[in-house]
Write a protein that binds this ligand. Sequence first.
Ligand code: UDX
Length: 438
Amino acid sequence: MNICVIGTGYVGLVTGCVFSDLGNEVYCVDNNPEKIAMLERGEMPIYEPGLEELVKRNVDDKRLFFTQDLRKSVERSDVVFIAVGTPPKPNGDPDMSFVSAAANEIAAGLNRYKVIVNKSTVPVGTGNLVREIIEKNRPNDVNFDVVSNPEFLREGSAIKDTLEPDRIVIGAPNQVVAMKLLELYAPLERPMLITDVASAEMIKYASNAFLATKISFSNAIANICEAVGADIVQVIKGMGSDSRIGPAFLNAGLGYGGSCFPKDSSALAQTAEKHGYDFTLLKAVMEVNREQPKRFLNRLRTELGGTFEGKSVGVLGLAFKPNTDDMRDAKSVDIITDLLSEGASISAYDPIAMENTRKIFPHIRYTKNAYEAAHGMDALLIVTEWNEFKLLDMERIKSVMKTPLLFDGRNIYDPAKLRKIGFNYHCIGRTTATLLSK
Ligand code: UDX
């Protein structure tokens, strides 16, 4: 099949590559000339393990093309995926201007029947919006259908998630259209679910909001654990062993970030509000997530004698999660902003996200490794749980710090071990573990 994918962000680029790897001819379109030039040179605009090799293989085999020419790419294709960004506006609503612009341009290239597939995360009802825009702007009465096919890939494991999704959701207006997508996805041999368009759109939001709820629930329980002297790590193990609950997405820490959970939760709460439903449960989830880094900093401030003024703080981990250089809604941004505004100086280290962080904080100190970031510090914070931090020589870290004060925002260390080394060690929801190791 000939496929056009509009947008070369995480979703578009990975989807395009996987479809071309399955033998389709794929045109990946972006209106950013720099991005297209980079991709044509074989350079990746995003960090994603395995992506560069996948792109190279399919470009070399002449099945994958990068272009700015949206109209021509649509004309050549049977299926057109919309995978453009829907960034949040200041009021939390997703900005739909890129989706509308894509629909407008698709209309111009509608030379024969095509299936238009929405992969961008869009509010319920966007399928209708895309259909209306294309209907209004198509040059003649060429037929088309609009399908919703939400994406569930995670950054850092995007290729695997695309090749082996738990389910493929196809929201189609009728069975015939759904079959076209079934045919495209058949080689993956994964469970497929066919729904109406609105339900498919809702599945994406409800899934992300539910996962965000699991994380905030766990963080709230962790906060209570601290008060009552329980250990969240053991509590999660106990809860997660119940097959009705499951262990995934229950890790307590500084809360969720990234390009999806914060934006999608907020958008779903707004959609509910617009339809007269006050989604108090989801609002509380978001509130817990906002509060989590603040609670962490309150404890740190107390340990530092009630002020950050004149204190030096090392920050390990800047990306919103490990294995990505993505800084969108990263907890490090909230934490560093607050520390700087209260007079602390920062030394930061991240294996790959420092270049992106520099654009947000050009004036903090960036170091070559974790040991340098810890050197001479009054306190050291673990903000992102990169694997390389789990295996640090903690004796050495302690020996280079001014004061051995360690705040582990992702519970990556064994409290007993760290205390034995001589750290004043703090983590999330593990008071008992801390006490036991005293
Ligand atoms: C998420 C969804 O998982 C994916 O299905 C969707 O397509 C896009 O959004 P992503 O944002 O890449 O993917 O990251 P994910 O691995 O889901 O983590 C999101 C955030 O939750 C991270 O900040 C992570 O640190 C946090 N998290 C995750 C926790 O705090 N605890 C957990 O147990 C799991």
